[in-house]
Design a protein around this ligand. Structure first.
Ligand code: NDP
Length: 447
């Protein structure tokens, strides 16, 4: 059987065995369709059914999460943890709280996480979890009761050597705090290393909050440098206005980029003079308000309800909101407007057809599993600090983050060239991540 046929059959089987999970199918296809040349060099991977085994999670946990709102009404949500692959280390990957969450989203995120974590070169396996609960508009007390109920079940599946969750959409330091509090209460253990993304006041790492956004910008910087260019003076747009978007904007501005727009799920904020990041931080991080209120304080800024961020001409675009937010027509718009570089702060934000447009247009394109790996890498640095009962300075931790992102870029760039398609970071990231996992799976036997 040819490797192309083998890969097609594996994909068909994944679709058959996981019906209705469109995002998971998409994530699997995007990885395995690039692996033909790897199987050609390593027939032992096919012989040991490495791809088939990677596509099947080691364990999937689905549970009921009941809780009371402030009026005493009972709500029932569904909790998930998909422990995908632990061949390189304890399961590691965030928790997402958003109304759109179902098993297919958690599985796509968990699958991506395996390769992303392998790319960091750190000893962490891949997992993801979450719930269809949305903390937006809920009081602190409601969020706390939800987190306590969620952790009451999840705690038995976690541990610093077993599974170490972190944040994602809808889960920041507040939620991680409530989750850790309940874990500590259920287990009677102050096991700092069981969750990352903690507040630096009680065991969190400096730079973890900034890491995904900063890391994405370091990746874009490396892609531009490889082409003899830099961020300095370039016009940038960043989608979203959450954790990843805010710190991507901050690092772009530090490196001389001119960020003129960001967004949320309701619309686009366009400020041609440059985004006032201090105001965005106050609105989003302190007051938990929406970015449409930004235009109340800056009269020359526009909030376009329902608008598309990708219509705004730019040279650098960073999708930092959610999956499939950038489709083929948005990609054509960006390419037509002269965009030079895209790096994904979000997971799988560009549709497969959108990716093809970028590649055909010769735009530098950094896929999420490489470009946003700075978040999980810094989570691993948080685990190191917790294990050694140490705290590192901001400067030291940021330096480590930057070196890790440079290393990821370097390895992806080299692998793309090695496999005959220089500059193709999708190929490079998939090959490097897959090979590391495959080699460890071979070494550990059929488990
Ligand atoms: P946040 O919850 O902090 O922010 C999410 C942002 O994306 C918000 O501005 C939100 O707008 C927007 N958004 C969410 N859904 C949609 C949608 N359907 N359409 C348009 N905008 C939307 O999450 P993070 O910043 O942590 O995560 C953003 C992305 O980065 C996700 O894809 C996540 O998986 C990825 N990521 C995050 C990491 C981390 O360390 N946090 C690590 C690696 C990847 P609104 O407020 O209107 O919902």
């Amino acid at each position: 059987m040819s490797n192309a046929t083998r890969i097609e059959r594996i994909y068909d089987q994944v679709v058959r065995r996981n019906p209705g999970e469109a995002e998971f199918h998409q994530a699997v296809k995007e990885v395995i369709e690039t692996l033909g040349p790897v199987l050609a060099r390593h027939p032992e991977y096919a012989e040991h059914k490495i791809i088939e085994r990677i596509c099947e999670p080691e364990r999937q946990i689905i549970f009921r999460v009941p809780w009371h709102d402030d009026r005493g009404e009972v709500h029932i949500h569904r909790g998930f943890r998909v422990q995908f692959n632990s061949v390189l280390g304890p399961y590691k990957g965030g928790l997402r709280f958003h109304s759109s969450v179902y098993l297919g989203i958690i599985k796509f995120l968990g699958f991506e996480q395996i390769f992303k974590n392998a790319l960091t070169g750190m000893p962490i396996g891949g997992a993801k979890g979450g719930s269809d609960f949305d903390p937006k508009g809920r009081s602190d007390g409601e969020v706390m009761r939800f987190c306590q109920s969620f952790m009451t079940e999840l705690h038995r599946h976690l541990g610093e050597f077993t599974d170490v969750p972190a944040g994602d959409i809808g889960v920041g330091a507040r939620e991680v705090g409530y989750l850790f509090g309940q874990y500590k209460r259920m287990t009677n253990r102050y096991e700092s290393g069981v969750l990352t993304g903690k507040s630096p006041h009680w065991g969190g790492s400096l730079v973890r909050r900034e890491a995904t956004g900063y890391g994405t910008v370091h990746f874009v910087d490396e892609m531009l440098k490889a082409r003899g260019e830099s961020i300095e003076g370039k016009t940038c747009v960043v989608s979203g206005s959450g954790n990843v978007a805010i710190y991507a904007i901050e690092k772009l501005q530090q490196l001389g980029g001119r960020v003129i727009a960001c967004s949320d799920s309701n619309g686009v904020l366009h400020h041609e003079r440059g985004i006032d990041l201090a105001l965005v931080k106050r609105l989003k991080e302190v007051e938990r308000r929406r970015i449409k209120d930004y235009a109340l304080e800056h009269r020359d800024a526009q909030y376009i309800a329902g608008g598309s961020l990708w219509d705004i001409p730019c040279e650098i675009a960073l999708p930092c909101a959610t999956q499939n937010e950038l489709d083929e027509s948005a990609a054509r718009k960006l390419a037509g407007n002269g965009c030079k570089a895209i790096a994904e702060g979000a997971n799988m934000p560009t549709t497969p057809r959108g990716v093809r447009v970028f590649q055909q247009a010769g735009i530098a394109y950094g896929p999420g599993k490489a470009a946003n790996a700075g978040g999980v890498a810094t989570s691993a640095l948080e685990m190191q600090q917790n294990a050694s009962r140490d705290t590192w300075t901001f400067e030291h931790t940021e330096q480590r983050l930057q070196e890790i992102m440079q290393g990821i870029h370097h390895h992806c760039h080299e692998a793309a060239a090695e496999f005959g398609d220089p500059g193709n970071y999708v190929l490079g990231a998939n090959v490097v991540g897959f090979r590391r996992v495959a080699e460890a799976m071979l070494a550990l036997g059929v488990i």
